[in-house]
Design a binder for this molecule. Structure first.
Ligand code: SF4
Ligand code: SF4
Length: 127
């Protein structure tokens, strides 16, 4: 057990030392370069080639044709293991990672992102 004098010195030192931890969530955390947070999808770039579907080891992406040059893209963030394969291999750079790591949800359905991709019209993300 430390002597009281040593403990007091350590306490005083701590009062004037910068904390090793951050003030998250009161202050935003800066994530390192290359961090793989929430997967972003840009429907304006996607051509529906399904390369990402084939590459995803977790079965987290579905691309379904819904009409002439129209398709639905479903990304299940609950299945995603953030391996990066889809974003790395998409030739159109339609998939990318953000810094957002706050993905906790009470319902799995809120982690499922649905996009109707219609080249002639502005793409819409369904609620
Ligand atoms: S996100 Fe990229 S790889 Fe996936 S279907 Fe669209 S264009 Fe193809
Ligand atoms: S990051 Fe990996 S697991 Fe997640 S959707 Fe892309 S390929 Fe699938």
């Amino acid at each position: 057990m430390k002597k009281p004098a040593a403990m007091t010195m350590q306490l005083l030192r701590s009062l004037f030392t910068k904390p090793a931890t951050t003030r998250y969530p009161h202050e935003p955390s800066k994530m390192p370069d290359g961090f793989r947070g929430r997967l972003n999808f840009d429907p304006r770039k996607c051509i529906g080639c399904k390369l990402c579907v084939r590459d995803c080891p977790a079965g987290g992406i579905e691309v379904t044709k819904t009409g002439d040059r129209e398709f639905e893209v479903v990304i299940d963030l609950g299945k995603c293991i953030y391996c990066g394969q889809c974003a790395e291999n998409c030739n159109k750079e339609a998939l990318s990672f953000s810094d957002d790591f706050e993905l906790a949800e009470l319902e799995n359905s809120k982690l499922v992102l649905r996009y109707n991709v219609k080249p002639e019209r502005k793409p819409v993300q369904e609620p």
